[in-house]
Write a new protein. Structure first.
Lengths: 262, 283
């Protein structure tokens, strides 16, 4: 119906808001190339020295490595645990599956800072403070709802008879799942895994209570260095994260039509 | 085949992880919130007091922080709704060719590291930041405006952070509006504006409520952006919890505040789900 199309003023307002969403990103990228030691727009001269400085700083390198190890391992663990659980819930063989789903999704509702302090007290109590495994498990808790949500959504759109056909033809339960169901829900799982990865990569409120100085992650490092004042090094590392995000988002869009899963 | 047994085997590992590292830690936090705290000595073993909870309601400083947090939640929700609706409308009803690029531009900030987004706002809003420099260069102001460490900064920053959620919820709601209902209203002589206010807007109410609840709950629980843009002095509930644990080491008070925060988010979500269910029942 043509006459409910957005009017010109509405379209202009909407485009301004979308532009507003990109402003901090553009500002960070522009300032990271400035030769000055303070952040300024337009940038004064063009230099890559802040990138060189950050990438040769062992503190930053370790933080990037910690973040990647943590995000990859917690996403993989969430994927295995979450898909298994979603599959069990989907087959509806378990009584009280609604309550179980609510429990598994609860980490999304409870404020992260509360999960953080609860974990801090708990690991102090059982004497596991400073263990990297604790950090991985904590990240599984906060990332698994995303996997679960996308796995349940993908499974619900699935025709059960396809998998049953495979079993009639002689495949055992796991083989039928691996060869038939898994490929069908893969796009949804990729999107869920991406969300889990991003959530782990940017988490501060849980990590900051649990990570020791050696386990500092990239977002924690940026978060605490900003308390000392802003500097172009932070802008440079932020620019690298922005570029990485753009690449990952575009690849995900090409592979899975990512925007449909958000 | 024992379907139920294999299903339990599939779900047990995750249930165990969540029980041991989410449920139990939260339950164990509860007794802490009723303990007495002596500065310099820590928690008093075996003590029981309501003081930590009473203080949140009676102490002037705590009350100010709680009210500020709620006001912030309300302000950010309203701002997200007002700015998000036109964007969602353009995405759903605008030219189809714009749809994907616009959607990706809305999702992109959402996928970008939260710390980076907040850092971007610091660069923009500090005393000698981009916004103030620009306004001074244009001759609009003489002295820098105070845009950080106050409500203004938090409102701008948090609206930016949570706007994508609102837009995505509203897009979903607008897509569900049956076009022929609007067409019917228009055929019956309603003006565009009237069709919008009396048909489109009410039909997107579930999305408006859902988006608002989501943004409100996320805002009152936010730690990173309020601390980065508000500094250590302009506190909200989450940053106060952080300081009580990490700086003051007053765990009893921090855990009471944690339960107050968690309880308010749970109550809001529970109330809203009841409300939408009742609405759905009426329709």
């Amino acid at each position: 119906m043509s006459d409910m199309k957005p009017t010109l003023p509405i379209s202009i307002v909407a485009l301004l808001v979308v532009a507003f969403l990109q402003v901090p990103v553009l500002v960070v990228v522009l300032t990271s190339f400035s030769e000055t030691s303070y952040l300024t727009i337009p940038p004064q001269g063009w230099t890559l020295k802040w990138f060189a400085e950050v990438l040769s700083d062992p503190v930053y390198i370790r933080a990037i490595r910690n973040s990647l190890i943590l995000a990859v391992s917690s996403t993989l663990l969430s994927l295995v645990l979450g898909v298994a659980a979603a599959y069990a819930l989907f087959r509806k063989a378990i009584p009280g599956s609604e309550a179980i789903t609510a429990l598994l999704m609860a980490p999304l509702i409870v404020p992260s800072v509360v999960i953080g302090v609860a974990m801090l007290q708990y690991v102090t109590l059982v004497g596991l403070r400073g263990s990297f495994l604790v950090l991985i498990v904590a990240h599984v808790v906060i990332t698994v709802p995303y996997i679960l949500r996308s796995a349940l959504a993908s499974l619900s759109g699935l025709d059960v008879s396809v998998e049953e056909a495979a079993r009639v033809l002689g495949a055992d339960g796991f083989t039928a799942f691996r060869l038939v169901t898994l490929p069908l829900i893969k796009p949804g799982l990729v999107a869920g895994a991406l969300f889990a990865f991003v959530t782990s990569m940017e988490n501060v409120p849980v990590t900051i209570f649990l990570a020791s100085a050696r386990q500092t992650t990239l977002p924690i490092l940026i978060f605490s260095s900003v308390e000392m004042g802003v500097n172009p090094g932070v802008a440079a590392i932020s620019t690298l994260l922005i570029v990485a995000t753009v690449i990952v988002l575009l690849l995900a869009e090409r592979w899975t039509g990512f925007h449909k899963f958000v | 085949m024992t379907g139920q047994r294999s299903a339990w085997l599939l779900i047990a590992p995750l249930l165990l992880v969540l029980l041991l590292s989410f449920v139990v830690p939260l339950v164990l936090l509860l007794p802490t919130s009723f303990q007495e705290y002596q500065p310099g000595q820590g928690m008093v073993a075996g003590s029981f007091t309501w003081e930590n909870y009473l203080r949140i309601a009676t102490d002037g400083y705590y009350r100010e922080v709680v009210l500020r947090t709620l006001a912030l939640g309300l302000g950010v929700t309203v701002l997200c709704l007002l700015t998000g609706y036109p964007v969602a409308y353009l995405i759903v009803r605008g030219h189809p060719r714009w749809r994907l690029p616009l959607t990706l531009l809305v999702i992109f900030p959402l996928m970008l590291n939260l710390v980076v987004r907040s850092f971007g706002w610091i660069v923009l809003l500090t005393n000698r930041g981009v916004v103030n420099n620009l306004l001074i260069d244009l001759g609009l102001i003489e002295r820098p405006l105070k845009l950080m460490f106050n409500m203004t900064g938090l409102l701008i920053g948090l609206t930016h952070i949570y706007l994508p959620f609102m837009v995505l919820m509203l897009v979903a709601a607008l897509q569900n509006v049956p076009r022929d209902v609007e067409a019917a209203a228009a055929t019956l002589g309603s003006s565009r504006t009237h069709v919008f206010w009396s048909v489109t807007l009410p039909l997107t109410a579930p999305g408006i409520i859902g988006g608002s609840i989501l943004v409100f709950v996320l805002t009152i629980s936010a730690l990173v952006t309020p601390r980065m843009l508000g500094g250590p002095t302009y506190q909200v509930m989450a940053t106060l919890i952080y300081d009580e644990y990490m700086q003051l080491l007053d765990w009893p008070s921090g855990s009471a505040l944690s339960f107050a925060l968690a309880a308010s988010t749970l109550v809001i979500i529970w109330l809203s789900s009841r409300m939408t269910r009742r609405w759905a029942g009426m329709a």
